[in-house]
Design a protein around this ligand. Structure first.
Ligand code: UD1
Length: 313
């Protein structure tokens, strides 16, 4: 595998993928429409990759971007759950039709493998723990529904032959460049922003809810492993988490240590529809991809904090 197309390459996770691929000697093409991605996210590798400013909904542009590509890391998506509820049709066009465009073009171009960003939102509010890939999906938002449906397209295209596919169901990813600005941004990016601004972090609910937080660098490693695995079963789906969870109260303690300050949160009412606990079963990713998360929460938060001290808001 030589040339890799990263859709959503100017985004939070995509930009880390681009850096890692270049570092490993791949040729990289980025397709991004800059709707939520930012050119600044790729500042460290400017000039080292091919840039295509286009939308995954644009079939012709996707076809052109696929020329001479061996593998695709498909991160471009509408990623906000509440936004997907406000604009389900747009979410459908971007996440599902967009993925279909990628698959159609990949098949036509003879691409070897397509790896898509999936989501733990596939599991919905099912209380069973840990979440296993064999559980029946129960998405509760257009966002989750489009990602699960896209996984079915990945399977169908793999079955039709000519290309292999995988969906990586990311759990709660955190790290540098995650956008903290919305009410619904990842809790870690929001807590960090509060601390930087000298404000009090707000915990929705009692803080006993738990999540499987995974550092973006580990998510990058999972993608590289999925790209290079010798063989993938048609429609392979993998959880990408750590296999461990912490409560929000524990999270704040670790963050306070990383930031070297005392943190006293404020409590507000629980967010409607919140999942109480979430944790990935990592057996399949371990067995098939040889993937194991390596960055402990304390280390990941320390890196994030250090990075945040360096950048301007
Ligand atoms: C995450 C995804 C969501 C997906 C879901 C599926 C993100 C940003 N969201 O939601 O797209 O549908 O997994 O499992 O990755 N919280 C606070 N204070 C804050 C912000 C959040 O207490 O300032 C709480 C939330 O109420 C929640 C927890 O922190 O209980 C985690 O929130 P969040 O980071 O939004 O992630 P998920 O709810 O797991």
């Amino acid at each position: 595998m030589r040339r890799v197309l990263v859709t959503g390459g100017a985004g939070f996770i995509g930009s880390h993928l681009v850096e890692a691929l270049l570092d490993k000697g791949y040729e990289v093409r980025v397709l991004d429409n800059l709707s939520t991605g930012r050119r600044e996210n790729l500042a460290s590798v400017q000039g080292a990759f091919e840039w295509v400013e286009a939308d995954v909904r644009d079939r012709e542009a996707v076809l052109r971007a696929m020329k001479d590509v061996d593998g695709v890391l498909h991160e471009a998506a509408m990623v906000s759950v509440p936004f997907s509820m406000e604009r389900p049709r747009e979410c459908h066009e971007i996440n599902l039709v967009g993925t279909l465009n990628i698959l159609e073009a990949a098949r036509a171009a003879g691409v070897h493998r397509v790896v898509m960003a999936g989501t733990a939102a596939a599991y919905g509010n099912n209380p069973e723990l840990p979440k296993r890939e064999t559980m029946v999906p129960e998405p509760e938002s257009p966002y989750g529904a489009t990602k699960v449906a896209a996984e079915q397209y990945l399977r169908a295209y793999a079955r039709m032959g000519g290309l292999e596919t995988a969906s990586l169901r990311y759990f709660n990813v955190y790290g540098p460049r995650q956008d903290p600005r919305s009410m619904y941004s990842g809790v870690i990016s929001r807590f960090v922003e509060s601390l930087v601004a000298g404000e009090t972090p707000i915990i929705f609910g009692d803080g006993e809810q738990s999540r499987d937080f995974i550092y973006v660098g580990d998510v990058v490693r999972a993608n590289l492993l999925a790209l290079r695995a010798p063989h993938l079963e048609p429609g392979a789906v993998f959880n990408i988490g750590t296999g461990h969870s912490v409560t929000l109260l524990e999270l704040l303690e670790v963050l306070a240590r990383a930031a070297g300050r005392e943190v006293v949160p404020r409590f507000a009412s629980a967010r409607p529809g919140d999942v109480k606990h979430s944790r990935a079963d990592m057996a399949r990713a371990r067995a098939v991809l040889g993937f194991e998360a390596e960055v402990p929460l304390s280390e990941g938060l320390a890196r994030l904090w250090k990075w945040r001290q360096k950048v301007r808001s």
